[in-house]
Design a protein around this ligand. Structure first.
Ligand code: NAP
Length: 506
């Protein structure tokens, strides 16, 4: 049986919900799993499932009625579980899923009967860890089945490596379905199909996940292009902690798709750098974006960095070279310089930088390298003074701002983030030709609104976000980045996020 790479897991409180979703999503997702255990009466939708499958002959349906003790929601007895699955087969489901624990308690004849009418997935879920994969498979193989499904929990990124090595070794011998759950399991959710898993699971929507860390089927296809992932696909990722809200996967996968690069870019929730570096070598990962809190901590792990990165003392881009050597770059500086040089000549421009953290350092050194005269103002003045000394820049007191006019003011603090009315400067303190806010969520910060009202040209933080990502793309692929497409993708993602935040929750 040749199956699509993504199985859409259908949950829902009512049969109508489940069938309605099946109806609307089957065309793009012809492999459907009906999670009957999510319903109060698991058998209730079967007449509708029957009609649905008769009129949707291209659909392959899996029926699952997982028991509570095995991680599902079905509270009935083992006999009633087998009864539901038998009736699901009669309704036309071509495959049924039965947990190893239920199978071990059943008579072999009962399993054989189940298997005589439909394909059988024998499944095992580990909700705590990724361990004993070969041993578990060994136990499962004693029970004849058509597919063996082992789903574990990733507590480290390296657990994905274990799962994929297992699939690579065993996937040629048996029909396996394997992946890791949890936020750290995304590598396996996307890459297990090339390692040897028959398919992977995707959710209907972010709200309707049937397992922790599940990605929507739509994202698996449109963002991660799972149907194109093959052995030649280069893997890239953004590493940080937390990483859930990062927009880098949206922007980078857009660029890879647009430029026809056979690559995929994943969010990597790295709890330690040691774990991350292990994956860089084992997956292997060809390039990394590094974000909070690792931009400085990554430096000792690198084999070399360019001169600007060393001066800034922070790295946001890693390239894996020959013999797994790691090279570090800082593209935040390009993210500041590029939008500015499109508006004015940076040489001799007077620039005020607010903040003295990592992003401010990238801005100050990047601008100094291009001949700008830079003033630094920071909440903790000692940090501003230290940076000014290192970069041969000036510091300025807040009280003196009203006496100075700048060509550019750059906000490199988080003030204004998250739709607040906070503004790092007062109206009268803003005297410049261009105001550049690094904050990009919201797109239009209060600082930008005030500047616009004063007739000052503004640069929103999304431009920096796009340009630093564009430079990363160029370093990794050697191709010019499609900055326009990247900007559109991130703007839409931010608008969607803002709209979702406004929606009332019931
Ligand atoms: P960071 O290293 O933590 O530095 C934060 C800086 O902001 C420090 O100088 C800090 O001052 C100052 N600060 C923090 N809270 C403040 C407050 N309430 N009032 C005044 N000053 C305050 O952070 P970072 O990595 O430099 O990032 C700074 C901002 O830039 C963040 O909003 C980040 O999202 C944004 N960013 C955007 C992009 C992009 O692509 N658009 C890229 C990188 C960063 P103290 O020294 O006194 O603590």
């Amino acid at each position: 049986m040749r199956l699509p790479r993504v199985c859409l897991a259908l949950s829902g409180d009512t049969a109508e919900d489940m069938l309605g979703t099946a109806e609307s999503m089957a065309r793009d997702n012809p492999l459907l799993e009906f999670r009957l255990d999510y319903l109060k009466q698991p058998q209730a939708p079967l007449p509708q499932v029957h009609r649905f499958l008769e009129t949707h002959q291209y659909v392959t349906a899996i029926a699952t009625c997982r028991r509570v003790e095995n991680g599902g929601k079905f509270k009935g007895s083992l006999a009633s579980q087998l009864d539901v699955l038998t009736k699901a087969q009669a309704a036309g489901c071509q495959i049924v899923d039965l947990e190893l624990q239920s199978a071990l308690k059943s008579k072999p004849e009962a399993i054989a009967r189940l298997r005589s009418r439909a394909g059988l997935i024998l499944s095992f879920h580990d909700f705590r860890a990724t361990r004993k994969l070969e041993e578990t498979l060994g136990k499962m193989l004693k029970i004849p089945a058509d597919f063996y499904k082992i789903v574990t929990t990733a507590t480290t990124l390296s657990d994905n490596v274990a799962m994929m090595k297992f699939l690579q070794t065993e996937g040629g011998k048996h029909a396996l379905i394997g992946l890791c759950m949890g936020e750290q399991g995304i590598i396996s959710r996307v890459l297990s199909v090339r390692a040897g898993s028959v398919f992977t699971f995707g959710s209907v929507s972010a709200d309707l996940k049937t397992a922790p860390g599940q990605v929507t089927a739509r994202d698996l296809r449109s963002i991660y292009r799972i149907d194109q992932v093959d052995t030649a696909t280069r893997v890239y990722g953004v590493a940080g902690n937390p990483i859930e809200r990062s927009l880098s996967p949206v922007i980078m996968n857009t660029a890879l798709r647009r430029e026809n690069v056979n690559g995929v870019y994943l969010p990597l929730h790295a709890k330690t750098l040691k774990d991350l570096i292990h994956c860089v070598r084992e997956i292997p990962l060809h390039g990394l974006s590094i974000t909070m809190p690792y931009k400085q901590a990554i430096l000792p792990y690198l084999d070399n960095t360019d001169a600007l990165t060393s001066k800034i003392g922070a790295c946001n881009t890693v390239v894996r070279g020959q013999e797994s050597k790691l090279y570090g770059f800082n593209t935040d500086a390009a993210g500041v310089v590029r939008p500015l040089e499109q508006r004015l000549s940076i040489e001799n421009a007077k620039v005020l930088v607010l903040g003295a953290g990592g992003a401010a350092r990238a801005a100050v050194f990047g601008l100094k390298e291009r001949g700008a005269e830079v003033w630094i103002l920071n909440r903790t003045s000692a940090k501003a003074q230290k940076l000014a000394r290192q970069a041969k820049a000036h510091t300025i007191k807040r009280a003196d701002l009203r006496k100075m006019a700048f060509d550019v003011i750059i906000n490199a603090t988080p003030v204004g983030m998250g739709n607040t009315l906070d503004c790092p400067l007062k109206d009268q303190e803003i005297q410049a030709r261009v105001v550049f806010d690094m904050v990009y969520d919201p797109v239009e910060t209060h600082l930008l609104q005030v500047a616009r009202a004063k007739g000052i040209a503004v640069i929103p933080g999304v431009e920096m976000f796009v340009q630093q990502a564009a430079r990363q793309f160029e370093i990794w692929t050697g191709k010019p980045a499609p900055a326009g497409d990247m900007l559109r993708a991130v703007t839409i993602a931010l608008q969607d996020r803002a709209a979702a935040q406004k929606q009332p929750k019931d």
